[in-house]
Design a protein around this ligand. Structure first.
Ligand code: URA
Length: 435
């Protein structure tokens, strides 16, 4: 077999066999196939696409390229959740305890933030003492014991995806539905869950700019799940502004606690309930979405979800008192009000720009090894659809010190708001479900 012949074949729109895909991906990982041939193939896929069998074959080849986690020591149907990126996305902090309170085992591996996006592990580490590195045995035992554990990604998961993604990033081949679908699903499959629930974001701040594109991506991922024997469901959700109000690690933990108490922002609560309901159904704890939502509401109303969060914090060495005393979370010493430059309706909030502002305050990493400040970030006071006057506060910066750079960050936040005379059309947060 020769790489050049397979590139030709794909360039002509013909499907490749599973063996041919494995030849390319494995050869690329070993260094036998050079970057220029792999990029030519990726570009051919970008224009010609891949059918469902090819996409599943690529997914499995990448899933098997490194460590594969075996969650079989954990009882029950293990269900994982994945979101295709987001600013202010603290859903894992809420969904984990919420579904665990319904009897769904959650054995979650999460990442750290990079650039404008945050990471669940950084958020959790704003709780004093909480450890996100557990031995495999302790990880399994904790899930069997309390139903929930969250650890940082360790080991060598999907090195083929890492290498191919880095290549796609510099060859303008990221935005290909089969390549994104196989990249996301390879990581979820290697992480060992039996069932997978996906939150596919659509909108200006997301990879997928239209509902049609997002549905196509969701369908590609659900099809991969079906082909490889992992039940998968996807929710398409709007991302024309950040989720909830808080952006920054401790600030997002606080918002997650409020949500688990039943007092969270409406958009965040609705998305968490919708994703959780899919997880509860896939794990067999409810027969249908309606029954699952009822069960989930009961966990919020009775305080069981919040109790589960306390138990989780304690099991991982953190101080569970933060749940009732938010003052125990890291607090930023300097508050700066960001005011509106204009009168009118807020029509759009650029989530990516707010993510960058939070990073500039110290909440995120500009480089992989940068040290973050858990206390800092920003809290939105006004969101899309709100009417504001000139000089009205639209957001509050939580900063580590008085510094002239704060003024520039405040301007950056102002720039992220689009304000106009017309009342905007508010699109619903939950756009569709693909199963
Ligand atoms: N996220 C991923 O993990 N992979 C992609 O290809 C795109 C987004």
């Amino acid at each position: 077999m020769r790489a050049v012949d397979l590139i030709h074949k794909k360039k002509n729109g013909e499907p490749l066999s599973a063996g041919e895909i494995a030849f390319l991906v494995e050869g690329y990982c070993r260094g036998d196939i050079p970057d220029y041939q792999m990029s030519a193939w990726a570009m051919a896929v970008f224009f010609r696409g891949m059918n469902a069998e090819e996409t599943a074959a690529l997914t499995l080849t990448m899933a098997k390229s490194g460590d594969q986690v075996d969650l079989s020591p954990i009882r029950g149907i293990k269900t994982d959740k994945h979101s295709t990126g987001g600013v202010g996305d603290k859903t894992t902090l809420i969904i984990g305890p919420l579904v665990a309170a319904c009897g769904v085992p959650v054995a979650k591996m999460s990442g750290r933030g990079l650039g404008h996006t945050g990471g669940t592990i950084d958020k959790l580490e704003s709780i004093q003492g909480l450890k996100t590195e557990l031995s495999r045995e302790r990880f399994f035992a904790q899930v069997n014991d309390i139903g929930l554990a969250v650890i940082g990604q360790s080991g060598n998961i999907t090195p083929a995806d890492k290498k191919l993604y880095a290549l796609r990033d510099v060859t303008a081949t990221v935005e290909s539905i089969p390549l994104i679908a196989s990249s996301v699903m390879s990581k979820k499959i290697a992480a060992g869950a039996d069932a997978i629930v996906l939150d596919v974001k659509v909108g200006s701040g997301a990879f997928m700019k239209t509902v049609d594109e997002a549905e196509a991506l969701a369908k590609a991922m659900v099809d991969i799940g079906a082909q490889v024997g992992r039940q998968t469901a996807a929710i398409i959700s709007d991302m024309d502004q950040p989720l909830g109000y808080a952006i920054g690690n401790a600030l997002e933990v606080q918002e997650a606690i409020d949500t688990l108490r039943g007092q969270g922002p409406g958009d965040l609560t609705a998305l968490c309930l919708a994703l959780s309901a899919q997880m509860v159904v896939l794990s067999g704890q409810a027969d249908d979405i309606e029954a699952a939502e009822k069960l989930l509401r009961q966990q919020l109303d009775s305080g069981a979800a919040l109790d589960k969060f306390r138990a989780f914090i304690e099991a991982q060495g953190g101080d569970p008192a933060v749940v009732d005393n938010p003052g125990l979370l890291p607090q930023a010493p300097v508050m700066i009000e960001v005011t509106s430059r204009q009168e009118g309706y807020i029509q759009r909030i650029d989530a990516e720009q707010l993510g960058i502002a939070a990073m500039q305050l110290g909440a995120g990493r500009a480089t992989k090894d940068a040290v973050i400040d858990h206390a800092v970030g920003l809290v939105l006071r006004r969101k899309v659809g709100d009417h504001v006057a000139v000089g009205e506060t639209i957001a509050l910066l939580h900063a580590s010190r008085n510094d002239e750079v704060n003024g520039l960050i405040a301007e950056h936040v102002q720039d992220a708001y689009t304000i106009g005379e017309e009342r905007p059309h508010l699109s619903p947060l939950l756009l569709s479900v693909v199963t």
